[in-house]
Design a protein. Structure first.
Length: 752
C-alpha cells in the first residue's frame, strides 16, 4: 500500500490499498517544477506499473511492462521536456530489459504515457538499473546498475509508442484506488517489439564495485557518479565513450555515498552513510553539515532541502521516522579558510596564467600529511589562496611532487597550462594526473582547472602478480617515497618513445625508475638499485648534451648518511623503453648498476638538493643537511676515451662547504645563478648567498612566518622595467610567498 504523512496536521492519509500495487512493490516519485504536484510510479512483482499524480491517485494510468517483476524504477530529468508537466521514467525487469517512458501530467485525468526506448543491460547476477540521467545535448542516456557498472545508451525522441489509460475508478472521487486487477490495462508487452532493443554504446563494468551505483548527476558538462565504495567519480564523454577523469574520496569513514547536491553558492554536498549515521558532508568546509542516527544505509530513506528547512525521512524497525531542521544563520565566522587539515609537506609552482582584467595568476600544487594534494592559486593583490581542485587518491601522506610539462589539450585552448603531475608518499603509492589550467574570468579564482587521473602504482599491490615471488623478499608496504624527479628529454630522435620516466627516492634504501605511458594509463617499475643501503631522501635527474648531439641522462641521489651519488641511467632508459615496447607495458625491473661517483657532502641526512647548469656546460650541485650545513660542488661531464663504447666520466672540479649556515635543518635550497644561492631552514631564515673566492658569503637574510619548513620552490620574473625579481614559495605549517631582488653587496658579518 501507499500512504502520505501530512506534517502540518501530524497524521497519515491512505493513498493506495495494498492490493493496488501488487506484491513486492517499488516506488519512485518526481516533484514537478513550478507546480505543487508530484508524479508517483508504483511497480509490483507482477510487472504492472501504476502512474498517478499524488493529489489525485484515483486518476491512474496502468500499464503492464514485463512478464516478471519490476526490479528498478527511477525518474530522470530530461532536457527539452516542460519540467512542470512531463518527466522521464525508467523501469527495468528481471531479464535486463530497461524501458524509457515519458510521462505527462494532465490535471483531472490519468497521466499520458509514451514508450520512448528499450535498452539491454549487460549480463550479471543482479541485472537491473539503479539510477539514470540524460545528457542535455548529445541525445545520450547514462545509467548505473546494481553490479556497479556505468552504461551509456543512445536515446532519440523521434520515435515512440503512446499509451494512456483514461478509465478513472469510482468517478475520481475516492482518494483510495481499489483493486483493479480485473480491468483491461494497456500492455507494453504487445507493442515493445516495434522499438529496437538497444545495447550500450559504452560500459565501465564494475566501476563502483559489486555493491552498485547509487546516483548519476550531470553538472556543467561533466558526469558524476556515486557508489557504495566510498568514492564519487567525475567523467566525461570522448567519441561517445565514457572516460573517468578522477575519483574523490570525500571523508574518512564515509564508505556509502548516495547522492551529490551542487548548491547555488558553489558548494558540493555529499550525502551518504557513516557507520549507522546519515551524513551530509560539505566539500567546501570539509565538515559534516548534518549527522543523523538512523541505523545505517540498509533502509528506505529520502532527503529534501530548501532554503527554509532540511527534511530527512527513513524507516527504522517498521516505523517511519522524520527529521526536520529549520534553516538557521551560520554563527561560525571563518577568518582564514585552511588549505589542508595537517602540515603541508611539499609545494611546486605549475606556472603563471595571464587573465584579461586580472593580475598574473600563479598556479601551485601542494601535498600534505592529510593525504591530499591541492591545486591552488595565490593572489598577490588579495593575498588569498584559492583552491581549484583537491586530489584525494592517496591512502597515506603526500610527501613529494613532480611535474612533466607538456602541450595543452587542443580542446582546452592554447593559453593555458598543461602538465603531468606525479604525487607520491606513504604506503609506496604514486599517483599521476594530467592538469589543464586556463583563464576563466567568471570564476572567483580567475582560473579553471581540469584534472584527469592518468595512472597509479603501489608496490604491495603489484606483489601478488609477480612470478616466483616465493623466491623474492617482499617489498615493505610501509615504504615511503621521499622525493620524485622526472627524467627530462626522453622523447627525442635518439629515443623515439612515448614513455616518460620518473625517478624516486625510497625510504627502504632504493632508487627506483618508473615508466609512464599516458595513452594506456600504465605506470610500471622498470629499474631499481639498493646501493645506498639506507633511506634515500632526495633525487634529481638532469640531461647533458654535447655539441655533437650526444646525450646522457644523469641522476643524482642523496641519502641519510650525507652521501650524494651520481648515476648514468641512459642505458637503463633505452633498455627499459625497448623492453616495454616488446612486452606491451610489462617487464621485470632492471638493475641500475653502480653509480659513477659518490661523494660525502655532509655528516648526516641531505634534506634539500638542487642542480643548475652553468653557461660553460658544467653543473652546480647544491645540498643542505640536517646539521645546518650547505655544500656546493662543481661537476664536469665528459666521455671516456679508448673504449669501444664511450663511457660517461664525471669529475668534481670544485667543492665549497658552509658549516652551520643555519641553526636547524636546511630543508630548501635553490641555485638562482652560478654565483647566487638561496637557502631556507627550519630556523625560519631565508638566506641569499654569493659564492666567491671559494666560500659562501651571505648577502641578505629574511625571516619568514611558516614554522617547520618542509620545502621551498623558486622562480624568476622579468618585470616591465627589465628588473629581474625572484619569487619563492615556502610550505610547512602554512604557506608563504616572498619576492625580492638579488643584491651584490655582502652583509657585514658580526665579529666572532
Amino acid at each position: 500500500g501507499l500512504a502520505i504523512f501530512e506534517v502540518a496536521q501530524g497524521r497519515w492519509a491512505p493513498v493506495l490499498h495494498p492490493t493496488a500495487s501488487g506484491p513486492r512493490a517499488v516506488l519512485a516519485a518526481a516533484p514537478l517544477n513550478g507546480r505543487d504536484e508530484t508524479l508517483c510510479a508504483v511497480a509490483g512483482g507482477d510487472g504492472r506499473l501504476l502512474l498517478f499524480a499524488l493529489s489525485r491517485p484515483a486518476a491512474a494510468a496502468k500499464l503492464r511492462l514485463f512478464e516478471g517483476a519490476v526490479h528498478g524504477l527511477s525518474w530522470a530529468p530530461r532536457h527539452g521536456l516542460p519540467p512542470d508537466t512531463t518527466a522521464a521514467l525508467l523501469a527495468s525487469g528481471h531479464d535486463g530489459e530497461m524501458l524509457w517512458l515519458d510521462v505527462t501530467h494532465r490535471p483531472g485525468q490519468a497521466p499520458w504515457v509514451r514508450l520512448m526506448g528499450r535498452y539491454l543491460l549487460p549480463p550479471c547476477k543482479q541485472r537491473w538499473h539503479t539510477c539514470a540521467a540524460f545528457l542535455p545535448q548529445e541525445e545520450l542516456l547514462v545509467c548505473g546498475d546494481r553490479r556497479g557498472s556505468l552504461l551509456l545508451f543512445p536515446c532519440s525522441s523521434s520515435s515512440g509508442w503512446a499509451a494512456e489509460s483514461t478509465r478513472i475508478v469510482n468517478g475520481g472521487t475516492d482518494p483510495v484506488v481499489e483493486d483493479s486487477s480485473n480491468e483491461l490495462e494497456p500492455s507494453c508487452l504487445l507493442l515493445k517489439g516495434t522499438l529496437p532493443l538497444e545495447p550500450p554504446l559504452s560500459v565501465l563494468f564494475g566501476l563502483h564495485g559489486k555493491t552498485g551505483v547509487t546516483s548519476v548527476t550531470i553538472h556543467r558538462g561533466y558526469i558524476y557518479s556515486t557508489g557504495r565504495d566510498g568514492v564519487y567519480r567525475q567523467l566525461h564523454l570522448r567519441d561517445q565513450q565514457l572516460e573517468v577523469l578522477q575519483k574523490h574520496r570525500p571523508s574518512k569513514g564515509l564508505q556509502w555515498i548516495e547522492e551529490l547536491h551542487f548548491t547555488s553558492d558553489g558548494d558540493l554536498l555529499v550525502l551518504g552513510f557513516h557507520a549507522d549515521n546519515f551524513v551530509v558532508w560539505s566539500s567546501r568546509t570539509g565538515e559534516n553539515v548534518h549527522c543523523i542516527p538512523c541505523g545505517g544505509g540498509h533502509r528506505s530513506w529520502s532527503y529534501c532541502s530548501s532554503p527554509l528547512a532540511k527534511v530527512f525521512a527513513f524507516i527504522k524497525s517498521g516505523d517511519v521516522m522524520l527529521y526536520h531542521c529549520e534553516a538557521e544563520p551560520c554563527k561560525q565566522q571563518v577568518l582564514l579558510p585552511s588549505l589542508h587539515g595537517r602540515e603541508i609537506t611539499c609545494v611546486r609552482r605549475l606556472g603563471a596564467i595571464e587573465v584579461p582584467g586580472h593580475a598574473t595568476v600563479n598556479v601551485f600544487v601542494t601535498g600534505s600529511e592529510d593525504t591530499t594534494a591541492c591545486v591552488l592559486v595565490l593572489n598577490e593583490n588579495s593575498r588569498a589562496a584559492v583552491p581549484l581542485a583537491r586530489l584525494s587518491d592517496h591512502i597515506s601522506s603526500v610527501r613529494t611532487l613532480a611535474f612533466a610539462m607538456g602541450p595543452g589539450d587542443k580542446s582546452f585552448g592554447d593559453e593555458g597550462l598543461s602538465a603531468l603531475l606525479f604525487s607520491a608518499g606513504g604506503r609506496a603509492q604514486i599517483e599521476c594526473y594530467r592538469l589543464l589550467c586556463a583563464g576563466d574570468t567568471e570564476s572567483e579564482s580567475a582560473v579553471a582547472c581540469q584534472v584527469i587521473h592518468v595512472a597509479s602504482h603501489r608496490l604491495d599491490k603489484h606483489w601478488e602478480k609477480k612470478k616466483n615471488r616465493h623466491k623474492l623478499v617482499k617489498m615493505d608496504p610501509e615504504t615511503r617515497y621521499m622525493s620524485l624527479s622526472v627524467v627530462p628529454g626522453t622523447s627525442t630522435k635518439q629515443l623515439p618513445t612515448p614513455w616518460k620516466f620518473l625517478a624516486a627516492a625510497c625510504s627502504d634504501g632504493s632508487v627506483r625508475i618508473f615508466g609512464l605511458l599516458e595513452a594506456a594509463q600504465k605506470l610500471v617499475l622498470v629499474a631499481d638499485s639498493f646501493h645506498h643501503q639506507r633511506c634515500v631522501l632526495k633525487v634529481e635527474a638532469f640531461l647533458h648534451t654535447w655539441a655533437g648531439g650526444e646525450r646522457r641522462h644523469l641522476l643524482c641521489s642523496a641519502a641519510t648518511d650525507g652521501s650524494i651519488a651520481f648515476w648514468d641511467i641512459t642505458g637503463t632508459i633505452v633498455d627499459a623503453a625497448d623492453a616495454l615496447h616488446q612486452a606491451e607495458g610489462e617487464m621485470q625491473p632492471l638493475a641500475l648498476g653502480a653509480p659513477l661517483v659518490t661523494i660525502m657532502a655532509h655528516s648526516c641526512g641531505v634534506n634539500s638538493l638542487h642542480i643548475c647548469k652553468t653557461p660553460e656546460g658544467r653543473y652546480l650541485v647544491a645540498s643542505g643537511s640536517d646539521d645546518g650545513s650547505i655544500h656546493v660542488c662543481l661537476l664536469d661531464v665528459a666521455l671516456g676515451r679508448g673504449e669501444a663504447t664511450a663511457m660517461t666520466c664525471l669529475q668534481v672540479l670544485d667543492r665549497v662547504s658552509r658549516p652551520c649556515a643555519h641553526a636547524a635543518h636546511v630543508t630548501g635550497i635553490r641555485v638562482l645563478q652560478p654565483d647566487l644561492l638561496l637557502s631556507a631552514s627550519v630556523d625560519q631564515r631565508l638566506t641569499l648567498w654569493k659564492q666567491c673566492s671559494g666560500e659562501l658569503v651571505p648577502l641578505s637574510t629574511t625571516f619568514f612566518h611558516v614554522p617547520d619548513l618542509a620545502e621551498l620552490d623558486c622562480w624568476e620574473v622579468v618585470e616591465a622595467g627589465g628588473e629581474l625579481r625572484y619569487y619563492c614559495v615556502l610550505c610547512g605549517q602554512g604557506l608563504e610567498m616572498l619576492c625580492g631582488t638579488a643584491s651584490s653587496k655582502p652583509l657585514q658579518e658580526a665579529p666572532q
